[in-house]
Design a protein. Structure first.
Length: 73
């Protein structure tokens, strides 16, 4: 497992700390969850662009539907 040190403004750190407390997780776990979400969104965009480039409209629409389902939870 890697260690990552980041610099963020104090006010943002405070807000992240409050969010982590609200979710009953550590700041480390919160950042891990948020990065997982960001990577999933990125992977979906890459897959969508690949499908769009291949001209397969139905698969592209299916992927958009999955994204909508994810964010409507």
């Amino acid at each position: 497992m890697a260690t990552l040190t980041i610099r963020i403004p104090d006010d943002k750190h405070g807000r992240l700390k409050a969010l982590a407390q609200h979710r009953h997780v550590s700041i480390n776990k919160l950042i891990e969850e948020l990065s997982t979400q960001a990577l999933a969104e990125f992977d979906s965009e890459i897959r969508f662009r690949a499908l769009a480039a291949s001209g397969d409209v139905n698969k592209g629409v299916e992927l958009l539907d999955k994204i909508d389902e994810h964010f409507s939870k």
